[in-house]
Write a protein that binds this ligand. Sequence first.
Ligand code: AP5
Length: 225
Amino acid sequence: MRLVLLGLPGAGKGTQGEQIAEKYGIPHISTGRIIREAIASGDGVGPLVDSYITKGELIPDELAIQMVYERLSKPDCKEGWILDGFPRTVPQAIALDQRLVQSGLDVQMAFDIRISQGEAIDRIAKRRMCSNCGAVYHLKHYRAKGKGVCDSCGGDLYRRSDDTEETARKRLTVYMMQTHPVVHYYSLDGRLYSVDGVRPIDDVFADIDHYLQRLTKSNSVGEAQ
Ligand code: AP5
Protein backbone atom coordinates (compact mmCIF):
# COMPACT_ATOMS: atom_id res chain seq x y z
CA MET A 1 0.00 0.00 0.00
CA ARG A 2 1.37 3.40 -0.96
CA LEU A 3 -0.63 6.19 0.59
CA VAL A 4 -0.46 9.94 1.11
CA LEU A 5 -2.14 11.91 3.90
CA LEU A 6 -3.14 15.50 3.17
CA GLY A 7 -4.93 18.05 5.32
CA LEU A 8 -4.46 21.33 7.16
CA PRO A 9 -1.94 21.50 10.02
CA GLY A 10 -3.70 19.81 12.94
CA ALA A 11 -6.11 17.84 10.72
CA GLY A 12 -4.99 14.56 12.26
CA LYS A 13 -2.54 13.25 9.66
CA GLY A 14 -0.06 12.07 12.30
CA THR A 15 -2.80 10.56 14.46
CA GLN A 16 -4.36 8.61 11.57
CA GLY A 17 -0.96 7.72 10.08
CA GLU A 18 0.00 5.91 13.28
CA GLN A 19 -3.23 3.89 13.31
CA ILE A 20 -2.96 2.92 9.64
CA ALA A 21 0.68 1.90 10.16
CA GLU A 22 -0.21 -0.27 13.13
CA LYS A 23 -3.10 -2.03 11.40
CA TYR A 24 -1.49 -2.56 7.99
CA GLY A 25 2.12 -3.06 9.09
CA ILE A 26 3.64 -0.39 6.86
CA PRO A 27 5.86 2.52 8.00
CA HIS A 28 4.32 5.91 8.77
CA ILE A 29 6.73 8.47 7.33
CA SER A 30 6.23 12.00 8.62
CA THR A 31 8.47 14.61 7.01
CA GLY A 32 7.74 16.98 9.90
CA ARG A 33 9.10 14.36 12.27
CA ILE A 34 12.17 13.65 10.12
CA ILE A 35 12.88 17.40 10.09
CA ARG A 36 12.39 17.75 13.88
CA GLU A 37 14.74 14.79 14.44
CA ALA A 38 17.36 16.40 12.17
CA ILE A 39 17.11 19.60 14.24
CA ALA A 40 17.33 17.74 17.56
CA SER A 41 20.32 15.64 16.50
CA GLY A 42 22.31 18.71 15.43
CA ASP A 43 22.51 17.19 11.92
CA GLY A 44 24.23 19.37 9.24
CA VAL A 45 20.93 20.64 7.79
CA GLY A 46 19.40 21.17 11.26
CA PRO A 47 19.94 24.93 11.63
CA LEU A 48 18.79 25.59 8.04
CA VAL A 49 15.53 23.64 8.33
CA ASP A 50 14.92 25.03 11.82
CA SER A 51 14.87 28.55 10.38
CA TYR A 52 12.00 27.59 8.04
CA ILE A 53 9.99 25.55 10.55
CA THR A 54 9.98 28.21 13.26
CA LYS A 55 8.62 30.75 10.77
CA GLY A 56 5.92 28.31 9.64
CA GLU A 57 7.37 28.16 6.12
CA LEU A 58 8.15 25.10 4.00
CA ILE A 59 11.71 23.88 3.70
CA PRO A 60 13.03 23.98 0.09
CA ASP A 61 11.58 21.34 -2.24
CA GLU A 62 14.98 19.80 -3.12
CA LEU A 63 15.73 19.16 0.54
CA ALA A 64 12.29 17.68 1.31
CA ILE A 65 12.46 15.46 -1.80
CA GLN A 66 15.96 14.26 -0.87
CA MET A 67 14.84 13.41 2.69
CA VAL A 68 11.87 11.40 1.41
CA TYR A 69 13.83 9.58 -1.30
CA GLU A 70 16.38 8.52 1.33
CA ARG A 71 13.66 7.25 3.63
CA LEU A 72 11.79 5.39 0.86
CA SER A 73 14.96 3.53 -0.09
CA LYS A 74 15.08 1.80 3.35
CA PRO A 75 14.17 -1.92 3.39
CA ASP A 76 11.05 -1.44 5.56
CA CYS A 77 9.42 0.51 2.70
CA LYS A 78 9.44 -2.45 0.29
CA GLU A 79 5.86 -3.46 1.02
CA GLY A 80 4.51 0.07 1.11
CA TRP A 81 4.28 3.22 3.23
CA ILE A 82 2.13 6.12 4.35
CA LEU A 83 3.52 9.58 3.70
CA ASP A 84 2.37 12.28 6.13
CA GLY A 85 3.38 15.85 5.24
CA PHE A 86 4.73 14.94 1.81
CA PRO A 87 4.09 15.96 -0.92
CA ARG A 88 3.37 19.51 0.18
CA THR A 89 3.86 21.27 -3.14
CA VAL A 90 2.96 20.27 -6.69
CA PRO A 91 6.68 19.95 -7.65
CA GLN A 92 7.08 17.49 -4.72
CA ALA A 93 4.04 15.49 -5.94
CA ILE A 94 5.45 15.34 -9.48
CA ALA A 95 8.89 14.30 -8.16
CA LEU A 96 7.31 11.50 -6.13
CA ASP A 97 5.34 10.21 -9.13
CA GLN A 98 8.46 10.34 -11.30
CA ARG A 99 10.47 8.42 -8.74
CA LEU A 100 7.80 5.72 -8.34
CA VAL A 101 7.14 5.26 -12.04
CA GLN A 102 10.78 4.17 -12.45
CA SER A 103 9.92 1.12 -10.32
CA GLY A 104 6.51 0.58 -11.96
CA LEU A 105 4.73 1.88 -8.85
CA ASP A 106 2.42 4.77 -8.01
CA VAL A 107 0.69 6.52 -5.11
CA GLN A 108 -2.48 4.46 -4.79
CA MET A 109 -4.54 6.96 -2.85
CA ALA A 110 -4.27 10.36 -1.22
CA PHE A 111 -6.56 10.94 1.75
CA ASP A 112 -7.56 14.55 2.33
CA ILE A 113 -8.57 14.90 6.00
CA ARG A 114 -10.84 17.94 6.11
CA ILE A 115 -11.28 20.28 9.06
CA SER A 116 -11.96 24.03 9.31
CA GLN A 117 -9.20 26.58 9.95
CA GLY A 118 -10.74 27.40 13.35
CA GLU A 119 -10.63 23.73 14.35
CA ALA A 120 -7.01 23.53 13.15
CA ILE A 121 -5.93 26.45 15.36
CA ASP A 122 -7.75 24.99 18.35
CA ARG A 123 -6.21 21.54 17.93
CA ILE A 124 -2.70 22.90 17.42
CA ALA A 125 -2.99 25.04 20.57
CA LYS A 126 -3.99 21.99 22.63
CA ARG A 127 -1.56 19.48 21.12
CA ARG A 128 1.20 18.02 23.28
CA MET A 129 3.92 15.67 22.05
CA CYS A 130 6.17 13.15 23.76
CA SER A 131 9.78 14.32 23.72
CA ASN A 132 10.94 10.70 23.70
CA CYS A 133 8.71 8.64 21.36
CA GLY A 134 6.84 11.40 19.50
CA ALA A 135 3.36 10.21 20.59
CA VAL A 136 0.68 12.86 20.05
CA TYR A 137 -1.83 13.95 22.73
CA HIS A 138 -4.52 16.60 22.98
CA LEU A 139 -5.39 18.44 26.20
CA LYS A 140 -9.10 17.74 25.70
CA HIS A 141 -9.72 14.96 23.16
CA TYR A 142 -6.80 12.64 23.82
CA ARG A 143 -5.30 13.28 27.23
CA ALA A 144 -2.31 11.49 28.67
CA LYS A 145 -3.25 9.61 31.86
CA GLY A 146 -0.29 10.90 33.85
CA LYS A 147 0.31 14.63 34.26
CA GLY A 148 2.71 15.83 31.56
CA VAL A 149 4.14 12.38 30.83
CA CYS A 150 3.62 9.96 27.95
CA ASP A 151 1.39 6.91 28.54
CA SER A 152 3.57 4.64 26.38
CA CYS A 153 7.12 5.52 27.44
CA GLY A 154 6.94 7.96 30.35
CA GLY A 155 8.72 10.70 28.33
CA ASP A 156 8.00 14.36 29.10
CA LEU A 157 5.27 16.02 27.06
CA TYR A 158 6.06 19.32 25.35
CA ARG A 159 4.53 21.86 23.02
CA ARG A 160 6.08 22.06 19.54
CA SER A 161 7.95 25.31 18.84
CA ASP A 162 5.83 25.87 15.70
CA ASP A 163 2.57 25.38 17.62
CA THR A 164 2.22 29.00 18.74
CA GLU A 165 -0.92 30.70 17.44
CA GLU A 166 1.06 33.09 15.25
CA THR A 167 3.09 30.35 13.55
CA ALA A 168 0.02 28.13 13.24
CA ARG A 169 -1.81 30.91 11.33
CA LYS A 170 1.18 31.30 9.03
CA ARG A 171 1.22 27.50 8.44
CA LEU A 172 -2.46 27.62 7.46
CA THR A 173 -1.78 30.37 4.92
CA VAL A 174 1.18 28.44 3.52
CA TYR A 175 -1.02 25.33 3.30
CA MET A 176 -3.72 27.12 1.32
CA MET A 177 -1.21 28.63 -1.09
CA GLN A 178 1.27 25.80 -1.58
CA THR A 179 -0.31 22.52 -0.45
CA HIS A 180 -3.97 22.89 -1.35
CA PRO A 181 -3.06 22.62 -5.08
CA VAL A 182 -1.72 19.13 -4.29
CA VAL A 183 -5.28 18.07 -3.36
CA HIS A 184 -6.34 19.14 -6.86
CA TYR A 185 -3.32 17.32 -8.38
CA TYR A 186 -4.47 13.97 -6.96
CA SER A 187 -8.13 14.60 -7.78
CA LEU A 188 -7.32 15.00 -11.47
CA ASP A 189 -6.71 11.28 -11.98
CA GLY A 190 -9.06 9.93 -9.31
CA ARG A 191 -6.48 9.34 -6.58
CA LEU A 192 -8.19 11.48 -3.95
CA TYR A 193 -10.49 10.39 -1.12
CA SER A 194 -11.84 13.14 1.13
CA VAL A 195 -12.54 12.34 4.76
CA ASP A 196 -14.52 14.44 7.25
CA GLY A 197 -11.91 15.01 9.98
CA VAL A 198 -14.25 16.69 12.47
CA ARG A 199 -15.36 13.48 14.13
CA PRO A 200 -13.90 11.38 16.92
CA ILE A 201 -10.47 9.92 16.04
CA ASP A 202 -11.86 6.35 15.86
CA ASP A 203 -14.65 7.39 13.47
CA VAL A 204 -12.19 9.10 11.14
CA PHE A 205 -10.04 5.97 11.22
CA ALA A 206 -13.05 3.70 10.55
CA ASP A 207 -13.80 5.72 7.40
CA ILE A 208 -10.21 5.47 6.12
CA ASP A 209 -9.97 1.81 7.13
CA HIS A 210 -13.19 0.94 5.30
CA TYR A 211 -11.73 2.45 2.16
CA LEU A 212 -8.40 0.61 2.64
CA GLN A 213 -10.14 -2.73 3.09
CA ARG A 214 -11.87 -2.25 -0.25
CA LEU A 215 -8.54 -1.25 -1.81
CA THR A 216 -6.80 -4.35 -0.41
CA LYS A 217 -9.62 -6.61 -1.64
CA SER A 218 -9.65 -5.15 -5.14
CA ASN A 219 -5.83 -5.49 -5.31
CA SER A 220 -5.93 -9.15 -4.30
CA VAL A 221 -8.71 -9.85 -6.85
CA GLY A 222 -6.52 -8.10 -9.46
CA GLU A 223 -3.51 -10.23 -8.50
CA ALA A 224 -5.57 -13.44 -8.63
CA GLN A 225 -6.77 -12.74 -12.18
P1 AP5 B 1 4.32 18.69 10.07
O1 AP5 B 1 4.89 18.11 11.30
O2 AP5 B 1 3.95 17.79 8.94
O3 AP5 B 1 3.09 19.60 10.51
P2 AP5 B 1 1.65 19.88 9.86
O4 AP5 B 1 1.39 19.41 8.47
O5 AP5 B 1 1.47 21.32 10.10
O6 AP5 B 1 0.73 18.94 10.58
P3 AP5 B 1 0.64 18.78 12.12
O7 AP5 B 1 1.72 17.85 12.59
O8 AP5 B 1 0.55 20.13 12.76
O9 AP5 B 1 -0.81 18.14 12.28
P4 AP5 B 1 -1.40 16.71 11.95
O10 AP5 B 1 -2.32 16.83 10.78
O11 AP5 B 1 -0.36 15.64 11.89
O12 AP5 B 1 -2.32 16.53 13.24
P5 AP5 B 1 -2.12 15.62 14.56
O13 AP5 B 1 -2.38 14.19 14.23
O14 AP5 B 1 -0.84 15.95 15.24
O15 AP5 B 1 5.32 19.78 9.46
C1 AP5 B 1 5.91 20.76 10.28
C2 AP5 B 1 6.75 21.69 9.42
O16 AP5 B 1 7.79 20.94 8.75
C3 AP5 B 1 6.04 22.42 8.28
O17 AP5 B 1 5.39 23.60 8.73
C4 AP5 B 1 7.21 22.72 7.33
O18 AP5 B 1 7.97 23.79 7.81
C5 AP5 B 1 8.07 21.47 7.45
N1 AP5 B 1 7.76 20.44 6.45
C6 AP5 B 1 7.21 19.22 6.70
N2 AP5 B 1 7.07 18.52 5.56
C7 AP5 B 1 7.53 19.33 4.57
C8 AP5 B 1 7.62 19.17 3.15
N3 AP5 B 1 7.21 18.06 2.53
N4 AP5 B 1 8.12 20.20 2.44
C9 AP5 B 1 8.53 21.33 3.03
N5 AP5 B 1 8.47 21.55 4.37
C10 AP5 B 1 7.98 20.55 5.13
O19 AP5 B 1 -3.37 16.17 15.40
C11 AP5 B 1 -3.38 17.49 15.89
C12 AP5 B 1 -4.01 17.52 17.30
O20 AP5 B 1 -5.39 17.21 17.20
C13 AP5 B 1 -3.41 16.49 18.26
O21 AP5 B 1 -3.39 17.03 19.55
C14 AP5 B 1 -4.39 15.29 18.19
O22 AP5 B 1 -4.43 14.55 19.40
C15 AP5 B 1 -5.72 16.02 17.93
N6 AP5 B 1 -6.63 15.27 17.06
C16 AP5 B 1 -6.30 14.52 15.98
N7 AP5 B 1 -7.42 14.01 15.41
C17 AP5 B 1 -8.47 14.48 16.14
C18 AP5 B 1 -9.89 14.32 16.04
N8 AP5 B 1 -10.45 13.56 15.08
N9 AP5 B 1 -10.66 14.96 16.95
C19 AP5 B 1 -10.10 15.75 17.93
N10 AP5 B 1 -8.76 15.91 18.08
C20 AP5 B 1 -7.95 15.29 17.19
